[in-house]
Design a protein around this ligand. Structure first.
Ligand code: MLT
Ligand code: ZN
Length: 477
């Protein structure tokens, strides 16, 4: 049965009740056709949604997936809309299925060290709720004040603390999912260990909403570390900073956070920062250790001395929660400051093996000079995960500027893969990296992934057009 996309809003409204569907003519619908992705990076010809549905429970999610499958209407799942690669933007119109209203924390168990939550729970709020009970949910994407746990699972989000604690996948034990067609599955477990059957949870996490829609998550918790200490070291340049990082890691230090930002990032954030960066600051390293409070002071002192031995111009240890917040604020404001200061910024989240960070930074500089676009680099140096931001002040719609951006991105990806890195450390592939997948992955590997996707969604209706590039056509001439 085929349905005009305009009719689907009415059908879903009858099923879920009016007020749950945002249709054509409602100003709010435009919000469901955009997210935090830089518009200049999106391909042309995206078809906006016919409507958005605000589901409130798993039954409603399954109903929407059943109704849309019966009518061959594409569905694009959406969490909080904080994605940066267009993963929640419709390509072929249809329905945006939002889980933003599924915000209940159903259980926090300190005996089992798990929480059971709905997908729309805001990540920062989950953290606060478990911390109030002496527990800890480590994954901390920079957008934690607004992003949702369902979206984090869809993209397998990372964040600064991934260096010590790992990314979202390591904290998702079990999932309830609804498939295109409306079938519901519970996959995974609640136990700390478990190897029964294939690891379907690992497959769903990071599948960017192309396999199914998550309706409930069982997440792993840890005991809250009793103490945290935060240190900021200022260096003359990124080379000195990356040498210091290599020395610290070489000494076996395992901070929970090891962030790096370059001169351009610091210069952009200066105005917003309560911390006064020294004038010559060419790079900063933000480092955090946690554990036994009695041992932390000595550990941080030693790290500070190591940084000084490797040329740090200034080392500051946060002495209070307020100072700690000020340092984090400076770090979290880098991305918004860059965005504010430039017409557009292209933020790639390249990831290289740890030992290649220094070389990658040198190659980024070379690409920037050759292509003629300034860059600002910051990110999760401990993981080799660098946010390389191309700063563009000319009109990105101008074909020459477009070509310049495409050239820069292509070169950055090629350098990353040449250093045995990967195109995305945490933001996902979505739309913006989809057509670059072949730079990193063999066509046969892509083909197996297409088969995997087809197993869950044979008619290609769930978040179509994401992650996997179209098949290369065989050349017959
Ligand atoms: C970050 O680490 O700040 C984000 O992943 C990237 C960004 O917001 O630009
Ligand atoms: Zn990041």
């Amino acid at each position: 049965m085929s349905t005009r996309s305009a009719d689907i809003a009415e059908i879903l409204g009858r099923e879920l009740g009016a007020g749950r569907v945002i249709g054509a003519g409602d100003d709010r619908l435009a919000d469901y056709g955009r997210d935090e992705t830089t518009p200049a990076m999106l391909p042309e010809g995206l078809v906006p949604p016919a409507c958005a549905v605000l589901c409130e429970d798993a039954d409603e999610v399954a109903a929407v997936l059943r109704i849309c499958a019966e009518r061959a209407v594409p569905v694009t799942p959406r969490g909080a809309g904080s994605g940066m690669v267009g993963g929640a933007l419709p390509v072929r119109g249809g329905v945006v299925l939002s889980t933003e209203r599924m915000q209940r924390i159903l259980e926090i168990s300190s005996d089992d060290l798990v929480a059971v939550v709905e997908p729309g729970v805001i990540t920062g709020q989950l953290q606060e709720a478990v911390e109030a009970q002496g527990l800890f949910y480590p994954p901390d994407p920079a957008s934690l004040a607004m992003c949702s746990i369902g979206g984090n699972a869809a993209t397998n989000a990372g964040g600064p603390r991934a260096f010590k604690y790992g990314v979202t996948r390591e904290y998702i034990l079990g999932l309830d999912v609804a498939l295109m067609g409306g079938e519901r599955l519970r996959v995974g477990r609640r136990t700390a260990k478990g190897v029964t059957g294939y690891d379907l949870v690992a497959g769903f996490v990071g599948s960017e909403g192309t396999f199914g829609v998550t309706t409930q998550l069982t997440v792993k918790l840890l005991p809250l570390p009793p103490g945290v200490s935060t240190l900021l070291a200022v260096f003359a340049d990124v080379r000195a900073a990356s040498d210091a990082i290599a020395a610290l890691l070489g000494r076996g230090i395992r901070p929970r956070v090891l962030e790096l930002a370059d001169r351009a990032s610091i210069d952009h954030v200066r105005k917003r920062s309560r911390y006064r960066f020294p004038d010559g600051a060419g790079a900063i390293v933000l480092l955090e250790v946690d554990g036994d409070p009695d041992a932390l002071d000595a550990q941080v002192l030693r790290i500070g001395q190591d940084c000084e031995r490797h040329g740090a111009l200034d080392v500051l240890v946060a002495q209070s929660p307020t100072e700690r917040r000020a340092l984090w604020e400076a770090r979290r404001q880098i991305s918004p400051s860059l965005r504010e200061a430039h017409r557009t910024k292209i933020n790639e989240d390249l990831c290289v093996p740890r030992g290649a960070i220094g070389e990658m930074l040198a190659r980024v500089d070379r690409v920037s000079a050759e292509v003629g676009l300034p860059v600002a680099v910051f990110g999760h140096a401990g993981d080799g995960n660098l946010h390389v931001n191309l700063l563009v002040d000319d009109d990105p719609a101008d074909p020459a500027v477009k070509a310049q951006i495409a050239d820069a991105v292509g070169r950055l990806f090629a350098e990353t893969v040449a250093l045995r890195g990967t195109l995305t450390g945490e933001h996902g592939v979505g739309l913006t990296k989809r057509d670059h997948m072949g730079v990193e992955q063999d066509e046969r590997v892509l083909e197996w992934q297409r088969r995997w996707k087809a197993m869950w969604d044979p008619a290609d209706l769930l978040n179509p057009g994401k992650v996997l590039p179209a098949r290369r056509r065989a050349c017959t001439e």
